[in-house]
Structure formats: structure tokens, C-alpha cells
Design a protein around this ligand. Structure first.
Ligand code: TYM
Length: 328
């Protein structure tokens, strides 16, 4: 089975990325042949600083290893190192409609926030579809916010297959049972995000332990005092999900344990559990990030493996679309 997922290097990585993304990557790498891609080409679709992008790419590589990816088992690489990604995006644009792209909620949200809307922001999901399809991917572990993009990738694959002959496996999205959408601690009806969320409500993976504790202590809770999951209690529901993931306890057990003992002790315990979850990751991250030459060496190995794995698909795409090829 082939597994693929991608993550943007820009923006500080946060608890939502860990729970919806990284945690699943480390688990799924055991199930088959896995590819994890630092999607640096996606990161240029909104305003960014080139020097920052360079550093953040190495930061993210170290974080991927610190959260459990094993570069000898999985292929971990940067998107820009494999030129087939940019090529696939252009080829797939022939079977993607303007109307479909305009319906993407992430595009609508992000374009509302800014004055300069790059054309790359609009065609972003086509590049993402290419990332996935190039590896004949069976499953894509992602958070719930990427569901619409994944559905579009499936549509694109089907349209290409029916227009040009069978070329791609049609991938399936895999979402975590708990924590597919971690919410902002201050505005629990919005997803946690370092680009769109509130600074106090976003727990960064590299926040100092005391900063993390404080963010949980001041998390917005809902009316009443009962610790239970409910539609009208988005704040408490989010904290139960986080505690469940951090400790491995089921939500029911958490509800039974805290009952109506009030929100104060509950919030303190969620903070402590998250500190215990991220402290070892932070330590491993610092160690790995201290050796940039080794990170570059590993990135080069990943690029080579990803090039070899994607080459047959990009060739098939060109060939099935009617381009003249020299090989074969
Ligand atoms: P990105 O970089 O925003 O996020 C990386 C992963 O983290 C998940 N995630 C969350 N999960 C739960 N709660 C949250 N608040 C939260 N915020 C982020 C995301 O769902 C994602 O799994 N477009 C993608 C990157 C991408 C990609 C791909 C993903 C490019 N090509 C191909 C999969 C396959 C993105 O911007 O993710």
C-alpha cells in the first residue's frame, strides 16, 4: 500500500498539525510504502520571505523526524527537489475546471484576508492533487481541513483516467477518529492555525512548557461546569479531544473522571498532558536541528527516492496525453 501526505514548511507548527498530521504519519508509515513531502512550492502562494523559507524547510524536516518518521523506512523529501510535481500540476490543470477551484473554501477564506491574491493560491489544489497522484497513492492521512482538497484530487484522477486512459490510483483520505479538527483555544469555533488563528489560542509545538500551561489555563470554556462533549460546548469538547489524544484515554473515561468537578482542574490537567506529549519531541527536535549538514544529506537521499518513485507516473501522464517522448 502506498501512503502520501504533505505539510507546508512556513508558519510555526502547532498542536493541530501534530494531532491531525504528524501523529498519523508516524503510525501509517508502518502500514506500507510511505512518502512525506515538505510542500515548499505551496508555501510561495501567499506572501513569504525567501530566507525564512530556507530555514523553515530544515526546521520542518527536523520536526518530522522528531515526531517519529524514520527516513530509512519512509521517503521524506522536499517538493521542489522533484520537478515532476510542478510538471504534474500543469498537466492536471487541463482536467480541472475553473468553477471547481473557485468553490474551494480555503481559497475563499485566504483570498478574503489579503489584497494581493496570487494565481498560485487559486491553483494550489491542482499542485496538491499532483503531489498525491504522482505516487499512485492509496491513502492520504490528513486533518479534516484538507477534506475538500482531497475530494478534488479524487475527481481530477477520475477525470484524467476517463479522458486519457487509466493512469492513476484514486486515493482515499484517512482522518483521525479523534482530533481531526483541533480548534483554537480562544475561539473554539475556528480551527487552530498559526496563520489565521489567535496567538493565545494556538499552541505551538516549540512553545516553552510554561507558555503551553498558561494557554490551557486561559482557554475559553463554555457555560456550565460539566466536562462533557456537546455541540453547544465547542471549547470543552476540543479540550476533551486534546486530552484524549495526549493520554490515550477514551472521551467517556475523561467525562466520567472530571464530571462536574469544574473547569479549572480539568484545564490544568490538559495543559500538563500536552507538555508531557511535546517535551520529548522538543528535545529530539533540538538535537536534530543542531546538525544541518546531516539534515541536508537525508533530504538529498529522500529526493532521489521520490524522483525514482514518481518517474513512471509522470512519463505515463505525458505519454497518455499525447506528447512525443524519446524513451521506450
Ligand atoms: P498544512 O501544512 O496546513 O497542514 C499539515 C497537516 O496538518 C493538518 N492540520 C490540522 N489537523 C487538525 N486540526 C487542525 N487545526 C489542523 N491544522 C492543520 C492538516 O489537515 C494537514 O494534514 N494543503 C496541505 C499540504 C499538502 C498536502 C499535499 C497534504 C500539499 N500537498 C498532499 C496531503 C497531501 C496543507 O496546507 O497542510
Amino acid at each position: 500500500m502506498r501512503i502520501f501526505s504533505g505539510i507546508q514548511p512556513t508558519g510555526d507548527k502547532h498542536l493541530g498539525n501534530l494531532i491531525g498530521g504528524f501523529r498519523q504519519y508516524a503510525a501509517t508509515q508502518e502500514q506500507g510504502e510511505a512518502f512525506f513531502c515538505i510542500v515548499d512550492l505551496h508555501s510561495i502562494t501567499t506572501d513569504y520571505d525567501p530566507a525564512d523559507l530556507r530555514e523553515r524547510t530544515l526546521d520542518l524536516y527536523a520536526m518530522l523526524l522528531a515526531t517519529g518518521l524514520d527516513p530509512t523506512r519512509s521517503t521524506v523529501f522536499a517538493q521542489s527537489h522533484v520537478t515532476a510535481h510542478a510538471e504534474a500540476s500543469w498537466l492536471l490543470s487541463a482536467v480541472t475546471s475553473y468553477g471547481q477551484l473557485g468553490r474551494m473554501t480555503q481559497f475563499k477564506d485566504k483570498s478574503m484576508e489579503r489584497e494581493f491574491i496570487s494565481s498560485g493560491l487559486f491553483t494550489y489544489p491542482v499542485l496538491m492533487a499532483g503531489d498525491i497522484l504522482l505516487y499512485q497513492t492509496d491513502i492520504v492521512p490528513i486533518g479534516d481541513d484538507q477534506r475538500q482538497h482531497l475530494e478534488l484530487a479524487r475527481d481530477i484522477a477520475e477525470r484524467f483516467n476517463s479522458r486519457f486512459g487509466w493512469t492513476f490510483v484514486v486515493p482515499k483520505g484517512v482522518y483521525p477518529e479523534v482530533g481531526a479538527r483541533i480548534m483554537d483555544l480562544q475561539e473554539p469555533t475556528n480551527k487552530m492555525s498559526t496563520t489565521g488563528g489567535s496567538p493565545q489560542g494556538t499552541v505551538k509545538l516549540l512553545d516553552e512548557p510554561d507558555v503551553i500551561r498558561k494557554k490551557f489555563r486561559s482557554a475559553v470554556t463554555d457555560s456550565g461546569r460539566e466536562v462533557c462533549r456537546a455541540d453547544d460546548k465547542p471549547g470543552v469538547t476540543n479540550l476533551i479531544d486534546i486530552l484524549s489524544v495526549a493520554t490515550g484515554k477514551a472521551s467517556d473515561a475523561i467525562e466520567a473522571e472530571y464530571g462536574d468537578s469544574g473547569y479549572g482542574p480539568f484545564k490544568t490537567d490538559v495543559g500538563e498532558a500536552v507538555v508531557a506529549l511535546v517535551e520529548p519531541i522538543q528535545a529530539r527536535y533540538r538535537e536534530l536541528r543542531g546538525d544541518p549538514a546531516e539534515l541536508l544529506r537525508l533530504l538529498a537521499v529522500g529526493a532521489e527516492k521520490a524522483r525514482a518513485a514518481s518517474e513512471p507516473t509522470i512519463e505515463a501522464m505525458y505519454s497518455n496525453m499525447g506528447f512525443v517522448r524519446f524513451s521506450r
